[in-house]
Design a protein around this ligand. Sequence first.
Ligand SMILES: *[C@@H]1O[C@H](CO)[C@@H](O)[C@H](O)[C@H]1NC(C)=O
Length: 178
Amino acid sequence: MFLKFTVLCVLLGLVSLSAGYVITPNIVDGVPESLDIATAPFIKIGENYYLIETKRANWFDAFESCRQKEADLVAFESLEELQLVSQYIINNNLTAFYWTSGTDLAKQDEHVWFSSGQPVASDLWREGEPNNANDEEHCDDLKIQPERGVGLNDKKCSIKGPYICKAPQPKTASFIVW
Ligand SMILES: *[C@@H]1O[C@H](CO)[C@@H](O)[C@H](O)[C@H]1NC(C)=O
């Protein structure tokens, strides 16, 4: 990727030298709607790209499976992001409990997103969670119950469930030739 970008820059440099154009590179987050890029199997919800995987896997398997797709088991950076994804799932009749990358396997009672190392924000949990029921719940799922709200819940890691992968944020590079 970086090499291709470098080669492109060198070529554009030659063009600008020979034709007298000024070429300005421009890199922005995300993909403009106007480009109509195919992102399947990832879908855009809000500003991010996700794969809502309905195949069931235990937490470790789900983590590996997302990595194999050059993505990560999801980490929600805000309550707004969690709610946007939940609403998409509800609207598409895919209501279930989905694995996220949240876990306290490293340090008990300190839930972190295993994909980013960042702490799980305290406002993302369902009421009364995480409760480490039976002292065996160390992986976090997004529990969606339209009638009772949405939020994170800790669950036994070996349980098989659907899961959500999140792709790294794409960037768009363009060149202004003037
Ligand atoms: C979801 O289910 C409802 C009720 O069965 C149906 O009317 C609606 O078309 C479904 N939506 C999608 C996106 O499948």
